[in-house]
Write a protein that binds this ligand. Structure first.
Ligand code: KG4
Ligand code: ZN
Length: 339
């Protein structure tokens, strides 16, 4: 089955062509980072407008890259949610029109399901596994028993990890998005002896809190006599990243242990973080666990990741109707509820 996949839930317009939910023939991403950087975060209305401008040529380019004509496609998969409604609607409306024009089936899927299943495009991982979804909107732990079979084990009670990276970067005067910038600074610096708290780590449950960690950075900055210099900014970045990595890895391992799972998949934009990847690799080696990370292109928002679930659902005859609406919030446990 040859699928066109479309993603527009936030600030990346993405189009991909994937065969049999496995072979990526094209995976193009038009990032809007520059557009939003001056505002220090995503401006929803601007995001929708930019999606609208680029989606047509991007799809044409994806088909060209894959050397496929529209008539050869067997279906369309698109992100239905969660995300910014206006942004989602651009991808969804395009997908509906495309599917209608080509007379091929359409299926709307969950963005986080895409992130979690992206690994199957590179390194097939057997079910069940533990998934840590760490992105700008999510920090959630799931038990994954198969495509569409997700059980929530723990989640952030306030900010998502990526959101915390971005907000801390903003406090430090670093550009948006802050995650990759903090990652780079942390890689080249020690923590200067700064230790930020690891919220919820002592609690037995599998929930996270990043808001307190963020406030600790703010308090630390307020207590400085003068604005931090370059070296201090790098040290604060390293100390913040160490705290975030500690909490994410410890809670994920605890969840895997609790569920007796030996395979872990770390997914979403924050899974690009080099400190997180390194720490997980060390811990996995010590405990004979398998920890899988998609390559950075498949960790960040992209459309190919949607095709794993999309192919599975369409192959089962599941399809979305043309009155399908976007959903801004949508629990992953209901991702396969197509009724
Ligand atoms: O999955 P994603 O591309 O979009 C959402 O679904 O949210 O994740 C974006 C988030 C942003 O908060 C960004 O700062 C963060 O992922 N991120 C990183 C890194 N690369 C992206 N955070 C930490 N380290 C990185 N290297
Ligand atoms: Zn995402």
């Amino acid at each position: 089955m040859l699928l066109l996949a479309l993603e527009s839930s936030c600030d990346e317009t993405a189009a991909a062509v994937v065969r049999d939910g496995r072979e990526v023939l094209a995976n193009l991403i038009a990032s809007q980072v520059d557009l939003h950087a001056v505002y220090g975060g995503v401006v929803p209305e601007l995001a929708s407008r930019r999606h609208l401008e680029v989606i047509n040529p991007l799809v044409a380019e994806a088909l060209k890259t894959a050397a496929i004509s529209s008539s050869e496609l067997d279906g369309v998969v698109v992100t239905r949610g969660p995300g910014l409604v206006g942004a989602l609607l651009v991808g969804l409306s395009f997908a509906k029109a495309f599917a209608y024009a080509q007379q091929i089936p359409l299926v709307g899927v969950h963005h986080i399901e895409g992130h979690i299943l992206a690994i199957q495009l590179e390194t097939p991982v057997e079910y069940p596994f533990l998934a840590a979804a760490v992105s700008g909107g999510h920090t959630h732990l799931f038990r994954v028993d198969g495509i569409g079979r997700y059980r929530l084990l723990g989640r952030t009670v306030d900010d998502a990890a990526g959101e915390a990276f971005d907000k801390v970067a903003k406090m430090l005067g670093l550009p948006y998005p802050g995650g990759p910038v903090i990652d780079k600074l942390a890689a080249g610096s020690d923590d200067g002896g700064i230790v930020f708290p690891r919220p919820m780590l002592k609690k037995k449950n599998l929930d996270f809190s990043f808001s307190g960690m963020k406030t600790s950075v703010l308090n630390y900055l307020h207590n400085l006599d003068s604005p931090p210099d370059e070296q201090q900014i790098a040290q604060i970045s390293a100390a913040f990243q160490a705290a975030a990595v500690d909490v994410i890895t410890q809670k994920t391992l605890r969840a895997a242990e609790q569920e007796n799972l030996k395979r872990i998949v770390v997914a979403g934009g924050v899974a690009c973080n080099s400190g997180l990847r390194q720490r997980f690799a060390e811990l996995a080696q010590q405990r004979t666990l398998q920890v899988h990370f998609p390559s950075p292109l498949l960790c960040a928002d992209n459309a190919a990741m949607l095709a794993v679930g999309g192919d599975h659902y369409l192959s089962q005859g599941i399809r979305s109707e043309l009155d399908l609406n976007a959903v801004s919030s949508w629990p992953l446990e209901q991702a396969a509820d197509f009724s």
